[in-house]
Design a protein around this ligand. Structure first.
Ligand code: NIG
Ligand code: FE
Length: 394
């Protein structure tokens, strides 16, 4: 049964062949949804007849946000760590405490029941949906035993198709004396148990986590099992991660906060998306990545939340858009594109991140006349309705 959404004041299609500019903007637009797909897009005056009609009354519409980076399978919280950091004690900076903080969440996650973890994931997926996120990638990484990583992935897979095995998040305390043995576990028995439940493999390549050689071993082992690489790279300082991602043809290099000119060139010459996560710099009071430099070099940029209890406890893509525009040199158009089409590219999903025929029917109506208001009105809950796979979800 087809439904038309009519009288959309400003529609971002992300298909330049359909409208004005790189965002393919159509004014006074209509969108026809048939089943879980977009069936037609154009001017309201030309909309074909349908069984149902929803009048957008001039509101703007954008593609559903594609949040390509989150860590929602966790237990406990890190309020005290955040409070100490924001209370200005430099010894509490995230760079100094990062791996230690992750281990706190690992202990809480191991102690939690499946039902508790499932309820947490459901809660934050629903919270994200209310803010316009229609696709969310979810990583493991707070289990760090064969069984705790496998169950994290099984639970994540109940909530999304985009599941990432991050057994190589940090070396857990039980392997502190023998990190090489932990890498053997991650690339051996843990990979055997986890590969059936995941699409992606990830590694935290950073001082205090895994070095370039270890990261390469993890990603190539995963790729040999059919998982597609992505990486946490260059978050806390310069390092080999970004160039490794480009060399391995990873789908995405995430964080990209500390980049050399060679890193930018490597990304520009590759198909690897740079996924920027401004919630992290906000919540750790750190310098933001330079999106302008990446965009000017021709790199595809995605914008995501990194929602996790340690470095970025936000599920709000609109918040990330506002920060990226204010502090990372992105225009409002670029930020919107990165949070939709950019995220889709980071997940290698050609059916997402656009409102054009054949795409999955993921659409967000904003209580605003244009998408620019996402940055112009920071912190304001502008999402007024969400369709996900053709169903009215909010
Ligand atoms: O993407 N950098 C590594 N992992 C997460 C943080 C995890 C945590 O602090 O619990 C991130 O920022
Ligand atoms: Fe992350």
């Amino acid at each position: 049964m087809a439904t038309a959404i009519i009288n959309i004041g400003t529609l971002v299609t992300n298909d330049p062949s359909l409208g004005q500019g790189p965002l393919g903007i159509i004014e006074n637009a209509a969108v026809v949804i048939d089943g879980d797909r977009i069936a037609w897009v154009g001017n309201t005056s030309k909309a074909p007849p349908t069984d149902n009609r929803t009048d957008a009354e001039g509101r703007a519409a954008v593609p559903g946000f594609v949040d390509s980076h989150s860590h929602l399978v966790f237990a406990g919280d890190r309020t005290a760590e955040f409070n100490a950091r924001m209370s200005g004690r430099t010894a509490d900076s995230y760079a100094k405490k990062g791996a230690g903080g992750i281990r706190t969440t690992v202990a809480a996650t191991r102690a939690a029941s499946d039902d508790e973890l499932d309820a947490t994931v459901a809660r934050y997926v629903a919270e994200a949906l209310r803010q316009g996120t229609t696709t969310i990638e979810i990583k493991s990484g707070y289990g760090l035993t064969v069984e705790d990583e496998a169950r994290s992935l099984r639970i994540a897979a109940r909530h999304t198709d985009e599941v990432t095995y991050l057994g190589a998040h940090v070396v857990p305390p039980d392997y502190a004396d023998d990190p090489a043995a932990y890498v053997d576990l991650v690339t051996g028995p843990m990979l055997d148990a986890c590969a059936p439940h995941a699409r992606w493999i990830d590694v935290f390549c950073e001082r205090g986590a895994f070095d370039g050689d270890q990261a390469r071993a993890v990603l190539t082992a995963g790729a040999a099992r059919g998982l597609i690489p992505r990486i946490h790279a260059n978050q806390l300082g310069p390092g080999p991660g970004v160039q490794l991602a480009a060399a391995l043809g990873a789908a995405s290099a995430d964080h990209c906060t500390y980049l050399t000119p060679q890193d930018v060139d490597a990304l520009a010459g590759s198909g690897t998306v740079a996924t920027l996560l401004p919630g992290v710099e906000f919540s750790t009071r750190s310098p933001y990545p330079d999106a302008r430099r990446l965009l000017d070099a021709g790199v595809t940029v995605a914008l995501s939340t990194d929602c996790n209890p340690g470095s970025s406890f936000t599920s709000s893509v609109p918040f990330c858009i506002a920060v990226a525009v204010r502090d990372m040199g992105m225009t409002p158009d670029e930020a919107l594109h990165s949070a939709t089409a950019g995220g889709a590219e980071a997940l290698r999903r050609t059916d997402l991140g656009r409102i054009s025929e054949g795409a999955r029917a993921d659409l967000v109506l904003l209580d605003a006349p244009s998408h620019v208001h996402l940055a112009y009105r920071p912190g304001v809950p502008l999402v007024s309705a969400v369709w996900r796979a053709g169903e009215r979800a909010v």
